[in-house]
Design a protein around this ligand. Structure first.
Ligand SMILES: Cc1ncc(COP(=O)(O)O)c(C=O)c1O
Length: 359
């Protein structure tokens, strides 16, 4: 009995102290520092490590929490908003969700304009988070009724209000220069050979590219991943702004070079255009093989990372972004009727169709 107690006490006293995360100062401190997850099956298939930033683990559930925090911080630093003020943004959803969280945490009101083509889950969540939401007809950027222009006019009509302007406010890109890029360098011990991701505002791609290229020069390659219907693949491969087709992906694809991307467009080494069939197939594979439940832009990024790995040759480390979870899109992405209506059901192999659980 005595000797047993002695052994137990000794085992306890020689154990290394547990690594306990420090206290986080409010929700804001929980943004960023996401895990970098190796996709085991895809990595084996391509002979390189495919490493993914798990951005759905941010408190607002997406990569856009980073941009939301930085555009609000920027407005505060520039004296554009004072306590009790209003933040107004035009957003396809995730930036709005990030802003709604940040605004609650900092005591600001939040007003969101978005195209009415976005999923109901995102609209509902914004309202539950206390934001005032205006879904408006999806019209081109050069139309004064475009959701971004409506957001700007709304902010201009109020006292103590700011239009955070995520597309052309380079505080968005700064979020990734100051957080995503350094995290990737630290998590890979500086051994990152490639980075690829899709763009909405371009903040993630441009900011991360800027930081990685500043650290590693040409030793790291940076590629853009684009869905059909966007002009950027055409721009980066031919110099022309052509667009073809459309895509079921949300939050990505672009019709112009935003100010966030403009700064760093010369850092982009190449581009891929990923058909929806490949993105949807990968979305189901990630669930089945890795237990990872993410939206279509994340799946598109993984397809692009696998293509980049094949292009760079074996033994590399390619990093990409898992932008958000599938929760926001599940009524579409896991519905047989919806997939059939988009002619995407056949893109899912028979053995993965068991995950198509909604009618
Ligand atoms: C789901 C999703 N993926 C990717 C992106 C693109 O990120 P960025 O705006 O940094 O280009 C967004 C942007 O809203 C998004 O909502």
């Amino acid at each position: 009995m005595n000797s047993l107690r002695f052994v137990a006490r000794r085992a306890y006293s020689t154990a290394k102290p547990a690594v306990v995360p420090r206290i986080t100062p409010g929700l804001i401190g929980a943004i960023g520092n996401t895990p970098l997850i190796r996709l085991n099956r895809v990595s084996e298939e391509v002979g390189s490590d495919i490493l993914c930033k798990a951005e759905w683990m941010n408190p607002g559930g997406s990569v856009k929490d980073r941009a939301a925090l930085f555009v609000v911080k920027d407005a505060e630093e520039k004296g554009l908003i004072r306590p009790g003020g209003t933040v107004v943004e035009g957003t396809a959803g995730n930036t709005g969700i990030g802003l709604a969280h940040v605004c609650r945490a900092k005591g600001y009101k939040c007003v969101i304009y978005m195209p009415n083509t976005q999923s109901q889950e995102k609209i509902d969540l914004l309202r539950m988070l206390g934001a005032e939401v205006h879904p408006v007809p999806a019209v081109a950027f050069d139309n004064p009724e475009n959701y971004n222009h409506q957001a700007r006019r709304h902010a201009e009509s109020l006292e103590n209000a700011v239009w955070t302007n995520q597309f052309d406010n380079i505080a968005n890109r700064r979020a990734h220069i100051e957080t995503t890029g350094p995290e990737i360098m630290a998590q890979t011990n500086g051994e990152v050979d490639g980075f690829v991701c899709a763009t909405g505002t371009g903040g993630t791609l441009a900011g991360t590219a800027r930081y990685l290229k500043e650290q590693k020069g040409d030793k790291v390659k940076v590629f853009l991943a684009d869905p059909p219907g966007s002009v950027l693949y055409s721009y980066f491969t031919t110099g022309k702004f052509d667009r073809e087709g459309g895509s079921i992906t949300e939050g990505i694809g672009q019709g112009r070079i935003t100010d966030n991307l403009d700064q760093d467009k010369d850092l982009i080494d190449g581009a891929f255009c990923i058909p929806d069939e490949e993105s949807v197939h990968m979305l189901y594979r990630l669930l089945d093989e890795e237990g990872i439940y993410v939206g279509a832009s994340s799946a598109l990024n993984v397809v692009a990372a696998a293509k980049m790995a094949k292009q760079l040759g074996p033994g590399k480390k390619i990093v990409t972004i898992l932008c958000d979870g599938a929760y926001r899109y599940q009524s579409r992405l896991f519905s047989r009727q919806w997939l059939e209506s988009k002619k995407l059901l056949t893109a899912i192999p028979e053995h993965l169709q068991k995950y198509v659980v909604l009618p």
